[in-house]
Structures are given as structure tokens and as C-alpha cells.
Write a protein that binds this ligand. Structure first.
Ligand code: GRF
Length: 218
């Protein structure tokens, strides 16, 4: 499957997709909306064509991106730290063919700074979500999630780093499931053929029964 990856900055998730090799598909094109995006260097180092579309108008950006994706025969668009809201018509045109990774367990903590939101809410676990993209920000059928603990002494940087490490494992895996034709959207939810994907179990808490609670006197 031919992938088009949209970035705005660092591009570590792009790099994770590159390092995963052909499993999740072949990255045919990288588009950045920022000229200085560090991720562009990852594309160059891997010999992947990249284009900067620094167009402030949302509709014009969508039109240019559409032409480029078509020219490079892209079949699945992967948003990887793409920090702009996309034109609704573009989102609808790529319905069920565009995915995003978000650093929280959606539907919790949509929008900006989800790690900060998680810390403020005092949750004990957070993580990341790969989902098909719908026009409303950070919504859409969930393909895969990975869970990480939130430690009492975490700050935004330490929690973000722990989640990012999970992102780098989850994104290539989720895209591979799509590339292998193993995902289906039924009633707004994603069904996966062979749902007990071993790698997903490595990323997430075990489903094995918990040890019995030992009651201790108070
Ligand atoms: C990641 O945390 C991703 O989940 C979010 O933006 C960040 C991008 O990081 N959407 P990178 O550019 O892939 O390093």
C-alpha cells in the first residue's frame, strides 16, 4: 500500500514508519506544511520524496495536497504530528483512507496538549490512539490503542516521552493492519481480523487473570 505522510515538525512517528520498512506499506510521499520541519530530513535520509506546502489558506492547501497525493498514487494518508485542521471536503474525500495518531486514550483528552490534560485530570493511565480521521478534531473509528502508566512524579515531558515510545510501536502496527486488509469499519467501529494481535498484547496490559487480592489488616 502506498502511504502519504503529512507532518508539521519533529517527524519521529514518520521515522518509526520508515524504520518499520515495507510492513505498513511504502511511503510514497511526505508533505509538510512547515518549511523547517525536522521530519523533512528523515524523508531525505530515506530517499523519500517530500514537498513543502506552506499555504495558509485551508482550501488551497487541501487542493495542492490532493494533487500531490494523486500524482504519487497514495492510497492511505497518515497524519503524523500534522498540526493543522484539515479542510472538511478533503477529510471526506479521504474518508476511511486517512489515519491519525493522538497522544491520549481517545475519546479522552482531544485537542491540544493531551498529556497536560491527562496530568491535570489525575488519570492513572494514558497512552495513544490510532484512528480513522473524521471532520471533528480527534474523532473517528479507533484502530488501535496502547496504554502507559502515569507516575505520581510525572511532568508533561516525562509523560510525553513515555507515550511517544508507545506511539512509535503502535503507529506502524496499526498501519500494517490496514495494509494487510485486516480492518473493517462496522457501525462506526473498527473490526480487526484476528483481533488478538500479539504485538498489541505486548503493548497493553495483559488479559491474563489477576492474582487474587491478599487482604491485609488495616
Ligand atoms: C505526537 O505525539 C503525535 O501523537 C501528535 O504529535 C506528535 C508528533 O510527534 N499528533 P512527531 O512529529 O511524530 O515526532
Amino acid at each position: 500500500m502506498r502511504l502519504g505522510v503529512l507532518i508539521s515538525g519533529r517527524g519521529s512517528n514518520l521515522q518509526a514508519l520508515i524504520e518499520a520498512g515495507g510492513g505498513p506499506g511504502e511511503i510514497a510521499l511526505v508533505i509538510s506544511n512547515r518549511p523547517g520541519a525536522a521530519g523533512l530530513a528523515h524523508a531525505a535520509a530515506a530517499g523519500i520524496p517530500s514537498v513543502v506546502v506552506a499555504e495558509p489558506d485551508r482550501g488551497i492547501f487541501a487542493g495542492r495536497a490532493e494533487v500531490l497525493l494523486h500524482e504519487h498514487r497514495v492510497e492511505l494518508v497518515c497524519l503524523a504530528g500534522f498540526m493543522r485542521v484539515l479542510d472538511t471536503r478533503f477529510v471526506e474525500a479521504w474518508r476511511d483512507r486517512m489515519v491519525n495518531i493522538h497522544p491520549s486514550l481517545l475519546p479522552a483528552f482531544r485537542g491540544l496538549d493531551p498529556q497536560r490534560q491527562a496530568l491535570a485530570a489525575g488519570v492513572r493511565f494514558s497512552g495513544c490512539t490510532v484512528h480513522f480521521v473524521r471532520p471533528e478534531l480527534d474523532t473517528g473509528p479507533i484502530i488501535a490503542q496502547a496504554v502507559v502508566p502515569v507516575h505520581p512524579d510525572d511532568d508533561e515531558a516525562s509523560l510525553s516521552a513515555r507515550i511517544l515510545a508507545a506511539e512509535h510501536r503502535l503507529y506502524p502496527l496499526a498501519v500494517r493492519l490496514i495494509a494487510e486488509g485486516r480492518t473493517r469499519i462496522v457501525d462506526g467501529r473498527v473490526e480487526i481480523d484476528g483481533w488478538d494481535v500479539p504485538e498489541l498484547q505486548v503493548l497493553n496490559p495483559s488479559e491474563r487473570p489477576l492474582a487474587p487480592l491478599v487482604s491485609t489488616p488495616l
